[in-house]
Design a protein. Structure first.
Length: 215
């Protein structure tokens, strides 16, 4: 009865990228329908929007979020804000299912006790990209970041501690979860231009969730 024996694990496996960074392939697949419903409920309340960088560029990625804080970019800089400036209201609460997925992924990568207070939602349509950057607006760098990929596949670019560190390319597919912590927490990273395609559940888009401890 090999099929039964592997029923729970056959679609999920682990790949260590470097010390502190692990890909949990397929980790989000088990609950994908409920996960997508939760994300849809959040963006129905706080719509995805393209933000402006402090340098005046419109970001190709559309963003929203939930939890106690949302990440905001405008002409004055980047910040975590308890208020969504578009709606002048707090961000939607983080759905329990999203929180527990992030906590479970962090624990299974060795970061037990992760308590995210922010979940950023990034939406990529074909042509959108995220250039190489560090995530350094969070207060506590000992907490990891948990990333969940949904929809169209993307190529993730991941370097090192310096902007000119050599980079590697890692394909990320629907249901993949990545946990970044420890020595990898401040590594430069980005997402290459999303290619055209059609995902059976999400159509022509990729959604990425990143769970953080912002404050
Ligand atoms: C490596 N998002 O929102 S998630 C971001 O797919 C962001 O939308 C990408 O980078 C996306 O800031 C990549 C993977 C990720 C997130 C945070 C990291 C990788 C990281 C922090 C440190 C090192
Ligand atoms: Fe990032």
């Amino acid at each position: 009865m090999t099929a039964d024996l592997f029923a729970d694990q056959s679609r999920t496996w682990r790949e260590e990228l470097c010390a502190g960074a692990v890909v949990l392939r397929g980790f989000a697949l088990a609950d994908e329908a409920a996960l997508l419903a939760a994300v849809q409920a959040v963006v129905a309340e706080a719509p995805l929007r393209q933000m402006v960088t402090p340098g005046g560029y419109l970001m190709s990625v559309a963003m929203s979020g939930c939890g106690d804080y949302g990440w905001v970019s405008d002409s004055s800089g980047y910040r975590y804000d308890p208020i969504d400036p578009e709606r002048e209201r707090p961000w939607p609460a983080m759905p329990a299912l999203l929180r527990s997925l992030a906590e479970d992924a962090a624990a299974s990568a060795g970061f037990a006790g992760f308590e995210p207070d922010a979940c950023l939602i990034n939406r990529y349509v074909p042509g959108a990209r995220l250039s190489l950057h560090q995530d350094r607006d969070e207060r506590d760098m000992s907490a990891p970041i948990v990333s969940v990929s949904l929809g169209l596949p993307a190529v993730f670019q991941f370097g090192g501690a310096r902007r000119n560190s050599p980079t590697r390319r890692v394909p990320l597919a629907h249901g993949d979860v990545v946990v970044w912590g420890g020595p990898a927490r401040l590594y430069y990273h980005g997402v290459l231009t999303l290619r055209d395609g059609e995902h059976p559940l999400l159509g022509a888009q990729r959604i990425n969730l990143t769970f953080r401890k912002a404050m």
